[in-house]
Design a protein around this ligand. Sequence first.
Ligand SMILES: [Zn+2]
Length: 209
Amino acid sequence: MKPVRTAAQAGVVECPQCTAIFPRSRAGSACTRCGAALNLRKPDSLRRTWAFLLAAMVLYLPANLLPIMTTGTLFGTQSNTIMSGVVYLWHDQSYFVAAVVFCASIVIPIFKLAVLLMLVVTTQARSTWRPLERTRLYGMVEAVGRWSMVDVFVVALLASLVHLDALATVRPEPGAIAFGAVVVLTMLASMSFDPRLIWDPVDVHDTKA
Ligand SMILES: [Zn+2]
């Protein structure tokens, strides 16, 4: 890999909001133009990412094990988890909708959690393993994260699709709240992670202000 010069090596720190450049000694103070905090790296990035990520992983269990809704009809009530909702749609021959719900509510959240976990573990170990690929994976999580509201929307859609009989009532259950929390916590974990930390063990320099 071709050696590059980083901002920290050049003795400067960049404002994360207005991109003004200041001497490195100004790290820790505020930007004189827009007032944003100047930091060489996001403060406590790994600790914050760990906290949000662990909370998201813990809540992932109730999100998938608890019912997300109960539908009531004249003939009785039925509770569905995300997975049983997907199975219901599949048996109902709504293959496309079942596949979309499966991807948005199970595959993508697991992908995001797994990538973030791999990133915090390798970054904390100051690994120099495939920094470019790890940065790209982080970019993917950030790009997918922009569409996180789709995950929540799809689960809401699932609630309306599973039982659309007349006189049916749909009541949200705790699993839906846990699922929403997983989505939000994953976004916070992804926002807290500083991808520049991936490169710090590669370009050996100290980034302490
Ligand atoms: Zn600024």
